[in-house]
Design a binder for this molecule. Sequence first.
Ligand code: UTP
Length: 447
Amino acid sequence: MTIQEAEKKLKLCGQEHVLRFFKKLGKKEQAALLGQVATIEPKNVKACQTALKAGVEAVDNSKGTAPKVSVLKGKALKEAIAAGEAELKAGRVAALLVAGGQGSRLGYDGPKGCYSIGPVTGAPLFYFHARKILARSNRYGKPIPFYVMTSEANNAATVKCFEDNNYFGLDKKDVFFFTQGMWPGMTKEGKIILDAPGHVFMSPDGHGGLLAALKKSGALADMKKRGIKSVFFFQVDNPLVEIADPAFIGYHVNMKSEYSLKLCAKRDPFEKVGMPMKFGDKYRMVEYSEMTEEQCTRKTKSGELYFKYGSPAIHVFDRAFLDREASRPMPLHLAFKKIPVVDDSGKTVKSAEPNGYKFEKFIFDILPNAKTAAFLAFEQKDEFSPVKNAEGNDSPATCKADMQEKWAKWLAEAGVLVSRDMAIEIDPVYALDAADLKANGLCLGAE
Ligand code: UTP
């Protein structure tokens, strides 16, 4: 992009100040700044300004009711598994990982997927995801293409982690990296923030940036070409997730659902998880912060929580639904943050107080657009233990403990009792579940 093109583009959305230090910059910095301007879309800037004007609208959730949540057992479970296995054997299932987040709570310097979590080997989070996909592909004899969303900030390091580990055994041609968009931060007045004379402050556009990025990168077209029907969505921080598990895939297909969600019973009434609610004939995800105390604690006649189930962001999407949604604008969520700002002399000043906005899109905002949605209950302990914080709840320590708890249970089912002070780790390719482990008849352990 030339300086003239940049000036024209910025003028279109009233952001000419972005180039105010341009003449004082070195050649390299000038090129970098023009590169950033090239990624800024005037229509997105206008969308951010509109969102700023609207502010955080108070939404009335009082009429929301709890969705019907299926619990699969016996015959229903067998039928779902059979349907899911048929999809996997036909090669109609893809895995979709969102790994573009900044992981600021964990405070790890690198993509969260490279964070070491294996209790024995120290293998990274990506290892467990990739090996599960490989194991599932091997079991059903068809590749499960793996789509990995990164951000500009972590794409190179993510790809390097896969390269350095020989794609964890996956065939490189079945792994598709794509980067989500970065959006500029803005002042309250709707002006793009420079955090250095030659640099716009930008942040990833949220996991909802997935849709635009899937389309732009050609990932959606690739899925279509491969004949993918169901897309299993998961987050990078949860190594317990059962990727593309046949019961969930089969349930989704049998329900003719466009958007299916796995839900688990909340650990306490105020747990910080999103809650899908029904409004008329549509569903919408209500964030924990938008629920009243009465809603959080409401009980049924039998004494159970009325809004019992929360969403840990484990979904299956119909591929055609993603295709349809990828062309529609999504709502923007505002986050008021402390953002470094360059002053008129060109010096970067760190703000002690929140001073600017970041903009994010959330994937679950497409839930109301689904013609059909379905909700499946699962046991939190079996499939969800995220690494969010450096310490305390949802930290590497709790996650490793939960991983080992699950493996110890499998080992016990296989007739092997392990002492609790022994570190356990099982390669998903060796055993994907308890039945696999039993069939293999061997276990690995280390002090
Ligand atoms: P989180 O909401 O936990 O955010 O992301 P985070 O960035 O990982 O961590 P914090 O909040 O800064 O501590 C949930 C999932 O969504 C992905 C993350 O990589 C994670 O898998 N995500 C989040 C994206 O892919 N892009 C984003 O812009 C935000």
